[in-house]
Design a protein around this ligand. Structure first.
Ligand SMILES: [Cu+2]
Length: 137
């Protein structure tokens, strides 16, 4: 009878050792799963650059210049033009395939990029020395 108690105690020790191993491996796998969450988060972050690159289809007019002077867009994409000057401007394709019309100082306009791939030069019809290029590709 008394010989059973040491056995049970040994079994109990063994069980607690297994439990300890379990819990330590459990917290160990908890840490990798946390770091596994970060790739998912960075995957989400990788999606927002794609969205922000869509948002980045933006031309700013400042100091009588288009910035960027050359913008690459996809066919039919919408480009936002912000006029940060105190003068009105337009963004008008040389072939008139796109045109924002007059953009008042501080105002924003949009135009749709042509479907035809290639370089599409544009100017400001009010200030024809202002020019840029929309590259559709
Ligand atoms: Cu202008």
């Amino acid at each position: 009878m008394t010989s059973h108690r040491p056995l049970q105690a040994a079994a109990g020790l063994l069980l607690s050792a297994v439990l300890a191993a379990c819990s330590s491996s459990g917290s160990g796998s908890g840490t990798p799963s946390n770091s596994a969450t970060s790739p998912v988060q960075s995957g989400t972050v990788a999606t927002s650059p794609a969205q922000s690159s869509a948002d980045a289809l933006q031309i700013t007019i400042k100091n009588f210049a288009f910035a960027p002077a050359t913008l690459k867009v996809g066919p039919g994409q919408t480009v936002t033009v912000t006029n940060q000057d105190s003068d009105a401007h337009t963004l008008t394709a040389a072939d008139k395939s796109f045109d924002t019309g007059t953009i008042a100082p501080g105002a924003t306009a949009t135009f749709t990029a042509p479907q035809q791939s290639g370089d599409h030069p544009y100017i400001c019809t009010i200030h024809p020395f202002m020019h840029g290029t929309l590259t559709v590709g």
